[in-house]
Design a protein around this ligand. Structure first.
Ligand SMILES: Nc1ncnc2c1ncn2[C@@H]1O[C@H](COP(=O)(O)OP(=O)(O)OP(=O)(O)O)[C@@H](O)[C@H]1O
Ligand SMILES: [Mg+2]
Length: 306
């Protein structure tokens, strides 16, 4: 059994003269939950389609579960659960019928289907809704059904393409709990998202921009590597004068209004608290609170964009 669930080595995908995936290399060990973060059009879906063998790489190579995506796609697909961003449900079939249909499609023995449907419906939180038409399900429930379908054949690897887009926070949380349950049972999960808070919960993550993989690692590691200097949170009076003064300070990388406070990133070794107090004092502002802030993945994202 291959130790690595995914190894991408210099993957390139061009559409005409447009490069959608540009020299992307990474590896995912079995049992990992890896996030694949990137803005619209950054190449997340294209990467997943390459890994599923649905697209042929223009250059580079990849293996999935030890098999080459370019020539072994037919052996890969039965072992991978792919939840496409534009997943298809049969709207006029019930939850039960959808699960059974896809189970059959994936070659589960007929006698096994009813039991598998019960297990999956329970699994994804659709127990009691088995007889609803897929077309009657609201957003979050549709995603759950699509996840159930992706898992119907007990795949070793799940490729989930923005599975939580457009669902409410409670449903997103439930979805992530599910992802971790599945991973605990031994499955590997690569999940794309553009929600920073979700990426925060991944063991490791990749950050894509314009087809390039800008960073790959554990969230804490990426924060350490990419974000320089210090983060501060402060309140001052008048707040907008303080904001303007900080934004005009060369040692300040970024200053933003966040609700009723300011979040400030200063350059490393810039003098931190003392510097901020001096700047604000000179601007005629009274500092009412000043505390160190946490580095977030948003900071990582912005640092990489610079
Ligand atoms: N078949 C295709 N032909 C031409 N261009 C394509 C094709 N598929 C994708 N692209 C382009 O490649 C780029 C990357 O697309 P991709 O769908 O991989 O991005 P994404 O990160 O999944 O975006 P989103 O967050 O919107 O889903 C986009 O600019 C897209 O328009
Ligand atoms: Mg996409």
């Amino acid at each position: 059994m291959a130790e690595m669930a995914i190894v991408a080595d210099g993957l390139v995908k061009r559409f005409g003269d447009f490069t959608a995936v540009d020299d992307v290399s990474f590896s995912v060990a079995r049992g990992e939950v890896v996030g694949y973060l990137g803005a619209n059009g950054s190449g997340k879906t294209t990467t997943m389609r390459l890994l599923m063998g649905l697209l042929r790489p223009t250059a580079g190579s990849a293996t999935v579960l030890g098999l080459d995506v370019a020539c072994d796609a037919e052996r890969i697909r039965p072992r991978v659960g792919y939840m496409s961003q534009k997943f298809a449900l049969y709207e006029d079939l019930t939850v039960r019928e959808n699960l059974a249909f896809y189970g059959g499609l994936y070659g589960l023995p007929l006698a096994e289907l009813p039991g598998r449907v019960v297990t999956l419906a329970e699994r994804v939180g659709l127990a009691g809704r088995e007889d609803l038409l897929a077309g009657e399900l609201s957003g979050g429930w549709r995603q759950r059904l699509a996840l159930g379908i992706a898992m119907v054949h007990r795949p070793e690897l799940l490729l989930l393409d923005e599975p939580t887009s457009g669902v409410d926070p409670a449903a997103r949380r439930a979805f992530w709990n599910l992802i971790y349950e599945v991973a605990e049972e031994g499955a590997t999960v690569l999940v794309s998202t553009h929600y920073m808070d979700e990426a925060e919960h991944c063991g490791r993550l990749g950050i894509m921009r314009s087809g390039r993989l800008l960073a790959w690692g554990a969230p804490a590691e990426l924060k350490r590597q990419t974000v320089q200097g210090e983060i501060w949170e402060l309140t001052a009076d008048p707040l907008l004068t303080a904001l303007a003064a900080l934004q005009a300070t060369p040692e300040v990388i970024e200053a933003d209004l966040q609700g009723d406070r300011l979040r400030v990133q200063t350059k490393g070794g810039a003098g931190g608290e003392a510097l901020l107090r001096t700047v604000l004092d000179a601007a005629g502002c009274t500092v009412t609170s000043l505390t160190p802030g946490e580095v977030t993945l948003e900071d990582v994202f912005l640092a990489l964009a610079r």
